[in-house]
Design a protein. Structure first.
Length: 87
């Protein structure tokens, strides 16, 4: 499992809702614990149709020391509309 921080390039939203697993293997079970700005995400990197995604297992919100389980099927793109990105 790898870890990445959710960052953004410009002001706006305060986080990003989960996206469905782009591989289609697991349906998104909900949007619990969606990552806010600066959250750390743990999961597995996959590439689908030339785009990198993180199939997310856990999330730790900025300022917290607790990891929470991400919903089954939760994913996050490495780039989103030149706004959010994982690093």
């Amino acid at each position: 499992m790898e870890e990445f921080e959710l960052k953004k390039r410009r002001p706006g939203c305060t986080g990003m809702f989960w996206r469905s697993d782009p591989t289609g293997k697991t349906a998104l079970a909900g949007n619990d614990h969606w990552p806010r700005d600066g959250a750390i995400l743990r999961g597995t990197v996959v590439e689908v149709n030339g785009e990198k995604w993180l199939l997310t297992n856990e999330v730790k919100q900025k300022g917290s020391d607790q990891w929470k389980q991400a919903p089954k099927g939760a994913a996050m793109p490495f780039e989103y509309e030149d706004h959010y990105y994982l690093e």
